[in-house]
Design a protein around this ligand. Structure first.
Ligand code: NDP
Ligand code: MG
Length: 394
């Protein structure tokens, strides 16, 4: 029986993870579930999965949830705050941690799981983007098994040779990683046409149903930029070895090109339960609830180059990957602030790129030697991007 903590249980990835877990009560049990504010949803999940612990954002919410659970006869103990998130991530009873908190808030609890050598199912790409060097070093030091949940990275993982990690990629014949991108809801639009798009339009993804932050990132292609950086860390490749391929049907989730001319791809219906089930059961396979792929119904697969003029975020992220050091930390922090400002209707969609670029230009690029240095960089970038946004609002 694998004991699992789900960080971010009430989110889109969290809910899909619990859907897969519920299909295999003989294999998986839930140790802890966490949320930030959605306590009603978390209460329902606790009633269904009976975890030992639930964690929420603050003491008041914890009291409310605890009372609710006791009234319904549920024995789950409720805690709150970052220390509690770390506690349920590194508890000795836990085998596997699904890291599905959105944004930089996921870094510290995910690192707690890494340091204690857990199997990590990584959805929270921002944690890896902002602290890649430290994160991967911690994985190597602890012997933690890191499995990608992001559909593209999970696809690449499936297409790489099984000993790729152990040989650090040497002599593997891998030439290039081809990262699929759906193009998002604004594919085919010009920059001018995107000036007046609304948060709801940005969140209406054609193929995937996801949280609002990643939906906006998908619309701006910043998500693909973050994924490019994520892939550099996960697979130890330079950014030049990764090409973004726009594939609007989202059936091929990514590909690996080999030196003998072979290209391996992973295909499937766009449903996150496939990569979640793959990582949960790896190296075995389990049923995920996803419908079989019907190639006759799909009939055709299209590919195009990304429009770099209309989607400047992709080039900005690539430049940050090239710059290395803390550039990705700054990029990620500025993007989180800008996306929130767009969702709050304080700035326009096309101003997200401007805020991120200005923030990157305003900060000192230096190698962060510690977690504190990463957090300091993250903090400075948040202050600077918030100031840019204030000026834009005037
Ligand atoms: P959601 O917004 O749907 O869910 C986020 C989860 O994190 C919720 O449980 C939320 O709690 C919790 N949370 C939010 N803020 C905090 C905080 N400050 N501290 C602790 N917990 C917090 O996001 P998604 O599920 O869409 O995405 C989660 C991660 O997975 C992201 O990093 C995303 O990039 C990545 N990902 C998502 C994919 C998808 O299909 N959705 C695909 C690939 C990657 P509450 O509900 O209480 O607010
Ligand atoms: Mg993805």
């Amino acid at each position: 029986m694998q004991m699992i903590t789900v960080l971010g249980a009430t989110g889109s990835i969290g809910v899909n993870t619990l859907d897969v877990i519920a299909r295999h009560p003989d294999k998986y049990a839930v140790f802890a579930l966490t949320a930030h504010t959605q306590i009603d949803k978390l209460a329902e999940q606790c009633q269904q999965f009976n975890p030992q612990f639930a964690v929420v954002g603050n003491a008041m919410l914890a009291d409310q949830l605890q009372a609710k659970l006791r009234a319904s006869g549920c024995v789950t103990d409720v805690m709150h705050g970052v220390d509690a998130l770390c506690q349920v991530s590194n508890d000795a009873a836990v085998d596997t941690v699904m890291a599905a908190i959105v944004g930089a808030a996921g870094l510290v609890p995910t690192l707690a799981a890494v340091h204690s050598g857990k199997k990590i199912l990584l959805a929270n790409k921002e944690a890896l983007v902002m602290a890649g060097g430290l994160f991967m070093q911690a994985v190597a030091d602890s012997g933690s098994v890191l499995l990608p949940i992001d559909s593209e990275h999970n696809a690449i993982f499936q297409c790489l040779p099984t000993d790729y990690g152990r040989s650090a990629g040497r002599n593997s014949g891998v030439e290039k990683l081809l990262l699929s991108a759906s193009g998002g809801p604004f594919r085919g639009m010009s920059l001018e046409q995107m000036h007046s798009v609304t948060p709801d339009q940005a969140c209406a993804h054609p193929n995937w149903s996801m949280g609002r932050k990643i939906s906006v990132d998908s619309a701006s292609l910043m998500n693909k930029g973050l994924e490019l950086i994520e892939a550099c860390w996960l697979f130890s490749v330079p950014e030049q070895s990764i090409e973004v391929v726009v594939h609007p049907q989202s059936i091929i989730h990514s590909l690996v090109q080999y030196s003998d001319g072979s290209v391996l791809a992973q295909l499937g219906n766009p449903d996150m339960r496939t990569p979640i089930a793959h990582a949960l059961a790896w190296p075995q396979r389990i049923e995920s609830g996803v419908a079989n792929l019907d190639l006759f119904e799909i009939a055709r697969l299209d590919f195009e180059k990304p429009d770099m003029q209309a989607f400047p975020c992709l080039a900005i992220a690539r430049a940050a990957a090239q710059a290395g050091a803390n550039a990705a930390t700054i990029l990620n922090a500025a993007n989180e602030i800008a996306v929130q400002a767009f969702l709050d209707q304080r700035i326009g969609f096309t101003q997200i790129a401007a805020v991120v670029e200005q923030t990157l230009n305003s900060q000192t690029i230096s190698e962060p030697e510690s977690l504190e240095a990463v957090q300091e960089s993250d903090n400075q970038a948040r202050l600077s991007s918030s100031a840019f946004i204030k000026r834009l609002e005037k």
